[in-house]
Design a protein around this ligand. Structure first.
Ligand code: ADP
Ligand code: MG
Length: 701
């Protein structure tokens, strides 16, 4: 790459130190290259000229070509204004200025041809445009020939520093003039040719100053292709390098604990999907390669069991295992469930969370280092450096979306040779998002629920229908069932008009007397011990109603609970609603999910509620979610932070391109894994360049 592209923006004509600082601070733009890659967010169509006689106030912005025939200044001091009468031969329109009058008065020349651009309004029964953009026709014609004018996002601070969209436009013009001949190419010629792409020079020119709409499309496509292709190339290469570099532990033996569990402890038949996934994992265990696998499966599909059985294989081969959960409640539950599952089997299980006492902790550290613990269950307390294993062979990470990629990486380092890793997520994510977020992982899917599960009936009710709801809940409790009632907030919010737990709890206690029903309360402000106690009461069936915030969202398992009431359901995202609903329907009884909302719903909220009522398919729901909210906002990716910031591509919309470029990248790496061929030199260099840019990338593996 040519050096000029690495020059700091302050050296560019029209920028200077003040604007450069704004670019740095507000947009993280430092170099010419950063700047040229700052693309417009929209284009204003200036290809069309309107006739004044055709104007209506429905028009948002219009462009006119004509002359100013008269101009007057009126008013005193602060009430000064400057009016110019403009005509194009078909009619008249008033141009009005309230500010900058001196400058406009001096620059306007009567009878000269101008291009005027702005939003028409009716004032005093006449059309007028306040503070129009105005430009001499001559100058307009000599500009870079573009009819679509770019508009750039700016911040408040930038605007205050006179770095608005218009200024950026001019700066981009200067930049293009300066660097045009130095613009490098990032794709090998054979790719550009074969896939009919614009070259980078052309693409960058046209993304800023499109020749026409069609060329703009081509420019966008080229840049999206580029961006998505390199993500895939990078991820696939990480995967290739990893499999070449690290040997995986081989767990070839099926031993006592697995066999005993399978023959005596396992009370039910595995689903076909579970069997298939166990086979896939076993294949990895035998491959001599380190496994990095993502296991997707809807809530209740039996992922935990798959994890447990494969952990037993590791243990039978003399290795330690760990399972990491995102919350203490969930870690505790895993501990209880797994201990129960393994009753009578000689496997030592331990738990480590933030609230483990220091004495117990010390003992545990010792036992771990001596290799006495076979299964360590815990929260992210597990990734602390103090936690040292004797022989860690296999790590399961549950509910991955709550963990950052960096945490995944940390578990790697717990053994000299990295352990096998299984990442489990109950938030099914659309294929193309998975390809982008977890493109370096192999993917397994459990797409089948254990038999006998009844579909959960999902109903939408308005707040006004609360009385019949309470009656329904009482009937269900009378049948012996238990009930969840979930609130988006603990306390009243000054800004959000949603139901909150404290208030709801009062009316629930009134309708369901404590002595008769028993109510557990769990929310995020409680101490872990209190939460756990309340949870245990509910698990044991002592309390019939669980009033909670979303802390119960993840993984909690109470098969006797058959109703999930979600208050202010419009407040929740789709995948969160789906997760919450997954808390019921775990037993043999018919289960219900009741979505309570206010009467007024936004379009998106209505779509979310409709989707929930209609569908119980996690993958379908996640597709809708992705379309509604875009990838950045998806539950989960938000918390873990997308490792990639996309400049132009959109994961929700550009799925086809993602699939396409992934196959291209695969083929290239199959033929040339090291990218050593001279015709792939560009690819190798670009990967190195991109590595420098985005350090976060390195955390992925
Ligand atoms: P996930 O972790 O995928 O949400 P779990 O592993 O918690 O699901 O399983 C949900 C419930 O179904 C658990 O009580 C589990 O014991 C049970 N289960 C798992 N697999 C089966 C199966 N094949 N048949 C019947 N019940 C199963
Ligand atoms: Mg689970």
């Amino acid at each position: 790459m040519n050096d000029v592209l690495n020059k700091e923006v302050k050296f560019l004509k029209g920028v200077g130190p003040v604007k450069a600082e704004l670019f740095n601070k507000e947009l993280q733009i430092f170099t010419y290259k950063d700047l040229i890659n700052y693309y417009p967010y929209k284009y204003i169509d200036k290809s069309k000229f309107y006739n004044i006689s055709d104007i209506s106030t429905n028009l948002i912005h219009i462009q006119l070509k004509g002359k100013i025939i008269s101009a007057t200044e009126t008013g005193e001091k602060y009430k000064k204004r400057y009016n110019a009468l403009f005509t194009d031969g078909t009619g008249f329109i008033e141009l009005v200025w309230f500010k900058g009058i001196k400058w406009i008065k001096e620059s306007i020349v009567l009878q000269k041809e101008y291009i005027v651009y702005g939003k028409p309004i009716i004032f005093n029964n006449k059309y007028s445009i306040a503070h129009p953009e105005i430009e001499e026709l001559e100058k307009y014609d000599s500009k870079i020939n573009s009819s679509l004018e770019p508009a750039y996002n700016t911040t408040e601070k930038m605007k205050n520093g006179f770095l608005n969209s218009k200024t950026i436009l001019k700066i981009q013009q200067n930049l293009l003039k300066t660097i045009y001949n130095d613009i490098w190419e990032t794709l090998p010629a054979y790719l550009v040719e074969k896939h009919n792409l614009l070259n980078l020079k052309n693409a960058l020119l046209n993304i800023h100053f499109p020749k026409d709409a069609e060329t703009l499309k081509k420019a966008e496509y080229r840049l999206k292709f580029d961006e998505l292709f390199y993500i895939q190339l990078k991820l696939l290469r990480i995967k290739k390098v990893r499999t070449q570099k690290y040997n995986g532990f081989v767990f070839s033996k099926i031993g006592n604990s697995f066999n005993k569990f399978f023959k005596t402890n396992l009370q039910f038949e595995l689903t076909e999907a579970q069997k298939r996934v166990i086979k896939e994992i076993r294949k990895d265990f035998n491959s001599g390669k380190q496994m990095n696998r993502l296991l997707q499966g809807d809530v209740g599909s039996g992922k935990t069991l798959v994890a447990l059985m494969t952990m037993l294989i590791a243990i039978d081969n003399g290795f330690q295992t760990a399972i990491m959960a995102p919350t203490e409640i969930l870690a505790n539950q895993h501990f209880v469930v797994i201990s129960e599952f393994l009753k009578g089997i000689d496997v030592k299980i331990a738990i480590l969370t933030g609230s483990s006492k220091s004495k117990a902790r010390k003992q545990l550290h010792n036992d771990l280092e001596n290799g006495e613990i076979d299964i360590l269950i815990g929260t992210h307390a597990l990734i602390e450096d103090k936690v040292i294993f004797k022989k860690l062979g296999y790590v399961v990470i549950d509910e991955q979306h709550r963990f950052g990629v960096a945490q995944r990486a940390k578990m790697w380092a717990k053994n000299i040779n990295p352990p096998h890793i299984l990442v489990m997520t109950a938030t099914p994510i659309p294929r193309t998002l998975a390809m982008t977020l977890y493109g370096d992982l192999d993917v397994s899917v459990i797409d089948q629920l254990p038999p006998g599960r009844k579909n959960i009936k999902t109903l939408h009710k308005f707040d006004s229908q609360r009385l019949p709801l309470f009656k329904f809940l009482k009937d269900e409790i009378a049948k012996g069932r238990q009930i969840y009632i979930v609130y988006p907030l603990i306390s009243e919010s000054e800004t959000l008009d949603y139901k909150y737990l404290e208030d709801g709890l009062e009316s629930i206690i009134r309708a369901f007397p404590q002595e008769q029903y028993g109510i557990s309360v769990v929310h995020g402000k409680m101490k872990a011990e209190e939460k756990d106690k309340a949870m245990q009461f509910f698990v044991k069936g002592i309390t019939k109603i669980m009033v909670a915030t979303t802390v119960i969202e993840v993984g909690v398992n109470v098969p006797n609970a058959s109703v999930m009431v979600i208050e202010s359901a419009e407040r929740f995202g789709l995948s969160q609603l789906h997760q919450l609903r997954g808390r019921v329907g775990r037993g043999a009884e018919q289960s219900y999910c009741v979505l309570m909302t206010g009467n007024k719903l936004s379009k998106d909220a209505r779509k979310r509620i409709e989707t929930m009522v209609r569908s119980s398919d996690g993958f379908e729901i996640s597709e809708v979610d992705l379309k509604l909210r875009g990838p950045g906002a998806l539950d989960g990716t938000q918390q873990s932070g997308m490792p990639i910031e996309l400049k132009i591509a959109n994961i929700a919309k550009d799925g086809q391109i993602i699939e396409y470029v992934r196959t291209i990248a695969e083929k290239i790496l199959d033929n040339d894994p090291q990218l050593a061929e001279s015709f792939n030199a560009i690819l190798k260099n670009e990967l190195i360049e991109k590595n420098k840019e985005k350090l976060t990338w390195n955390n992925i593996s």
